[in-house]
Design a protein around this ligand. Structure first.
Ligand SMILES: [Cu+2]
Length: 437
């Protein structure tokens, strides 16, 4: 039995003529079908952004817009220009030409979310809403879900926490080249100003069970099903987002076309597709098998050093409110005051191995969008302390939310250690300032 003379032959069914159905592997996409079971969207955030961000508008009521683009040059710390693929939001002037990472989407728990997604250049693309629970057609996993063209994804977030969204078509390339952004599910009333709160600032709340950690004030326990929007949440005064990434400039220079692992369809799509039919010209097949990153990044900020070095980003780096759903003051480098509650949302977007080490004890409250000790999973886990200096390992796509409350001033760094995924060779120590005054 050989490849050319298999012992079994599994007949394949052509997908020709089914472009409007569940599986989209057409290049280019031939249809942009409507969303099945379309509900009226109820997300208040696009209107909040339009009211808060200069020049922003709502072009589709209650709907977040996402455009996927490619070949946008970004200058790295050493002057090298790399070609990224970028996410943009055409409703927000600062975000319309794309950003790296893409704009952070904040959304209250329980709303009907609509994401109107358009692949502007070199589709097909998808958006996968990582960690949320859409129906299969709205899940955005390439080959098994909707690839766009254009499509309105529909889902409802049910768990407060840290997520992200990214293209899931030829993920190894499209995700690595920049088609991702952070996504935060907040309490149901996070964008409701009716009780006089500043919905575009701090304090904000996130899910946690801090029964055993009384040093964090304002924790509300109780029953999530009671309807109390703050049940099982804690307020935080300072928020930082660390999306840890690595880039191989050789990949980005040699494989700048979005179709470099896409098949060419024969005359029977789904049957005689040929990956290596692209072995010439701009769409030349590229294997993406040998990853050797030489640029290291946290939330779009370069760690300014070569392989082998230990380098720091500067203090005081914040995320522009235009790229954070209108919320002002989110940080990359942490700058807080004594006895403030600091929430750090850590995500690994790197392909190599990373270890995160904090200079103070932190309390881990949630992993991958699920808060420890919070029903319905509450009986299976609980928040825990990660002692200062104890490394936290994360692999691709994992998130961990941690809290800090410093009683004394602190002027130190968290450290991100990058090691090669195969050889374990040391690549870089990236340091992020944590200042408490
Ligand atoms: Cu894509």
């Amino acid at each position: 039995m050989t490849y050319s003379k298999p012992g079994f032959l599994i007949p394949r069914r052509s997908i020709e003529g089914q472009e409007g159905e569940w599986v989209k592997t057409f290049d280019p996409p031939k249809e942009s079908p409507p969303t099945p079971e379309f509900l009226r969207p109820t997300n208040p955030v696009p209107a909040f952004v339009a009211a808060t961000v200069k020049g922003a508008k709502v072009s589709i009521p209650n709907t977040q817009r996402v455009v996927l683009m490619h070949n946008e040059s970004i200058e790295m710390w050493d002057g090298e220009k790399l070609k990224f693929f970028l996410l943009s939001n055409p409703d927000v002037p600062v975000a319309k030409d794309g950003s790296f990472p893409g704009p952070t989407i904040r959304v209250p728990r329980g709303v009907v979310f609509h994401g109107q997604v358009h692949g502007k250049t070199q589709p097909p693309h998808t958006i996968h809403w990582h960690g949320l629970e859409p129906t299969a057609i709205n899940d955005g996993v390439g080959h098994t879900s909707m690839e766009v063209g254009e499509y309105t994804y529909q889902w409802q977030p049910n768990f407060i926490g840290s997520y992200f969204y990214h293209c899931h078509r030829n993920t190894v390339q499209h995700f690595d080249f920049g088609l991702y952004g952070f996504l935060i599910v907040e309490p149901p009333d996070a964008f409701d100003p009716s009780d006089g709160k500043n919905v575009g600032g701090y304090p904000r709340r996130t899910a946690a069970n801090l029964t055993q950690f009384p040093e964090f004030p304002g924790f509300v326990g109780g029953d999530i099903l009671s309807g109390d929007p703050h049940a099982m949440t804690v307020p935080y005064d300072v928020e930082a987002i660390w999306v840890i990434d690595d880039l191989d400039s050789a990949w980005m220079e040699q494989a700048d076309h979005a179709h470099q692992t896409f098949p060419k369809h024969g005359n029977k799509p789904g049957i005689n597709d040929r990956f290596h039919n692209n072995d010439r010209g701009k769409e030349d097949f590229f294997a993406f098998h040998d990853f050797n990153p030489d640029y290291f990044i946290v939330t779009g900020v370069n760690f300014p050093g070569r392989v082998g070095s230990t380098v720091s980003i500067r203090p005081g780096i914040k995320i522009p409110m235009e790229l954070n759903s209108g919320v002002t003051g989110m940080q990359v480098s942490v700058d807080a005051r004594i006895n403030q509650t600091i929430l750090i949302r850590v995500e690994c977007a790197a392909y190599v191995k990373i270890k995160v080490t904090f200079p103070v004890d932190v309390v881990a409250i949630a992993r991958d969008g699920r808060a420890f000790g919070v029903p319905p999973y509450g009986k299976y886990n609980h928040p825990f302390t990660i002692n200062a200096g104890t490394p936290l390992e994360l692999s691709t796509a994992q998130r961990m939310d941690v809290l800090i409350r410093a009683e004394r001033p602190l002027n130190s760094f968290a450290q991100i250690e990058y090691r090669h995924h195969l050889s374990n060779a040391f690549l870089l120590n990236g340091r992020i300032p944590i200042i408490v005054r």
